[in-house]
Write a protein that binds this ligand. Sequence first.
Ligand code: ADP
Length: 174
Amino acid sequence: MIKAVFPGSFDPIHNGHIDIATRAARVVDELVVAVYDKPLKNFLFTPEVRMGMVREVFKDNPKVTVCGYSGLTVKFCESINAQVMIRGLRVFSDFEYEFRMALANHRLSPNVEMMALITSDEHSFLSSTTVREIAALSGDVSTMVPPHVAAILKSKFEALGDDHSIVPTQNVRD
Ligand code: ADP
């Protein structure tokens, strides 16, 4: 039985994430989409809201479960007996970052293998940062995120009005 973890911030989840998770779930027995909480990052949405958005996406996929975690991703993988960590690769700069992370993670937890899936070309430009920035300026994100995520983004930015000071402008490498 291969159990894999697809970790990320998912702030918010978008079609690029969904594509990677769906494809990964086809080749493993169980996929845990793990939503990162803290420390080190600023988020637009709370962990509960981010997890809720992810759960809604995968509610009909019996191979996928969703949970939150904090701290080191490899330690989380070990704690739930997952042998594999899934990552998505977009552009060459992702490769350099993922290469470094994979080597560091392997040093920490040699038993957890990383599997990187290449993005589908229609999602290669997509990041949560891009989605947040477009939604913050009332742009149309309907081709980038599922309808329930678009609705949550809309109400979030309506509630914030012109105050975008809490919108994180960039994640670690987005
Ligand atoms: P992180 O904070 O770990 O970068 P993200 O939520 O931004 O978390 O991304 C989670 C995972 O999804 C990462 O492996 C990232 O490379 C991958 N990913 C993000 N956007 C895309 C995309 N457009 N296509 C494929 N993979 C992606």
